[in-house]
Ligand binder design. Structure first.
Ligand code: ADP
Ligand code: ASP
Ligand code: MG
Length: 434
């Protein structure tokens, strides 16, 4: 019979430097009697750094791309120098992983941006997982390194691979239990996967939480834990608000809603697979591992949740109107929705009026430009930039004034206990002296 498996996920902040990696090993020492599948993200801000290499390559600035690559590599080597002897096999391993990027950069651009992106950016997780597994083995925690590209199969949508659940489940069920027979832990990468042709794909930014949920689902894990730099799920992002409080227990439904509205603490695709198999999700602090954290599970008899604030920055409003002042009728709407979906632009909020239709979307310049170019063939489009979308679940009226201080509310919508507001910062006025 297969062992009961728990899935742990360590994000970028938890492995950002040598001390952080030592801290992860210390946490794992408390779980030596458990069978763990551990998912790890790229170290610190490595993914952002690798994205810049891709951008430089496509700007045809190879010198810059090579310089950025050298910087990222050096950062990894510095971390390793604090963890291993110079002669450790991890050094050539990491070198081989980074060489793959050099090979891409040496070639002329022949493939799409999204394809190249996945080949370069995936290196972050390949490197961090090799470093962490080597360190755990070095410290008597027997750990098998697993290439997640042999397990998670996606379609060809580079940068946003859609999971083939059936094949993924088959591969996980045959390969992972065997590794756990001979090792305490199995350690693999978050965020990355592969398609049918064995090309590397990724699951979208912040996708490591989702990877952990995929493993939890496929292995029927008894629980999943994500280790963060916060005590658990808070009533708002502590980077933006003071006076936040910890929410110890949440239902799957509440967590799905929070992440849907953009709460950055968990990737939105994470909860559903767990809910389908009733697997509890713990959000715990790697800074204070003894802390209770938050637990997300089936409906629980919490009478009232506290107000939860979610702020999504970098939003824009697109006001779409017909050129001849005719109504924006159903036939237009179905065409418009299809265009948004084809351009992979999620509508965060919308308002339909007689001759115009306004939507609030994340400002992703290349996608929006592609959409607007097509829209302008038939419609008049006005774009309003630099906006924020504030969502408050379980809101109380008295909070709203404070939240919208120094802001102009462009539109708002209230549905039961949730309010959403698209706001613009009031520009600070400077009075001219005569
Ligand atoms: P990881 O390293 O696991 O990817 P993230 O940086 O993606 O971690 O997520 C943790 C961050 O999420 C926290 O540092 C915090 O600033 C932010 N965050 C946003 N909303 C919340 C919330 N409601 N509760 C806790 N943290 C939040
Ligand atoms: N490293 C990837 C990112 O920064 C995936 C993740 O950390 O979840 O987006
Ligand atoms: Mg994250």
């Amino acid at each position: 019979m297969n062992k009961a498996v728990q899935v742990f996920k360590f994000g970028g902040a938890s492995v950002k430097d040598a001390d952080a990696i030592k801290n992860v090993a210390n946490i794992l020492k408390n779980y030596q009697d458990k069978s763990l599948v551990i998912i790890v993200s790229a170290m610190g801000k490595t993914t952002n750094a690798l994205e810049k290499i891709v951008a430089a390559y496509f700007e045809k600035d190879i010198e810059k791309a090579m310089r950025l690559l050298e910087e990222t590599k050096t950062a990894h080597y510095q971390v390793m120098a604090n963890l291993f002897d110079q002669s450790h096999e991890v050094f050539p391993m990491i070198n081989d992983i980074f060489v793959e990027i050099e090979w891409v950069l040496e070639d002329e651009i022949e493939d799409s941006y999204d394809y190249i992106y996945d080949q370069i950016v995936s290196v972050g997780e390949l490197a961090s997982s090799r470093i962490l597994s080597s360190y755990l083995n070095e410290n008597d925690l027997s750990t098998a390194w697993l290439d997640t590209r042999d397990i998670i199969l996606t379609d060809d949508t580079f940068r946003e691979g859609r999971v083939n659940w059936e094949q993924t489940q088959k591969r996980a069920a045959t390969q992972v239990p065997a590794l756990l027979e001979n090792n305490q832990f199995v350690l693999t990468q978050g965020f990355i996967a592969s398609n049918n042709e064995n090309q590397t794909t990724t699951l979208g930014r912040e996708g490591s939480d989702f990877s952990a949920a995929i493993y939890s689902f496929c292995l029927d894990a008894t629980s999943m834990s994500i280790w963060k730099d916060v005590p658990g799920i808070l009533t708002a992002d502590p980077r933006l608000f003071d006076n936040v409080t910890l929410i110890n227990r949440l239902s799957y439904k509440e967590a799905i809603e929070m992440t849907y509205y953009g709460a950055k603490v968990i990737h939105p695709k994470t909860i559903k697979p767990l809910q389908n198999k009733n697997i509890p999700l713990h959000v715990k602090s790697f800074i204070n591992p003894e802390g209770e954290g938050s637990m997300i599970s089936e409906d629980i008899d919490i009478i009232e949740y506290p107000p939860v604030i979610v702020v999504e920055g970098d939003q824009c409003l697109l006001h779409i109107s017909t050129k001849d002042f005719s109504f924006v009728a159903e036939r237009h709407l179905s065409y418009l929705f299809k265009l948004f979906s084809d351009h992979r632009i999620k509508i965060n909020m919308m308002q339909n009026m007689a001759i115009s239709f306004s939507v609030c979307v994340n400002n992703i310049p290349d996608r929006i430009k592609g959409l607007v170019d097509i829209l302008e063939e038939d419609f008049k489009v006005v774009k309003d930039d630099n906006l924020e979308l504030i969502t408050v679940r379980n809101y109380r009226e008295e909070m709203l004034k404070e939240l919208t201080q120094d802001k102009i509310v462009l539109f708002e919508e209230r549905i039961r206990k949730t309010i959403q507001m698209v706001v613009k910062k009031v520009p600070t006025m400077k009075w001219k002296k005569d």
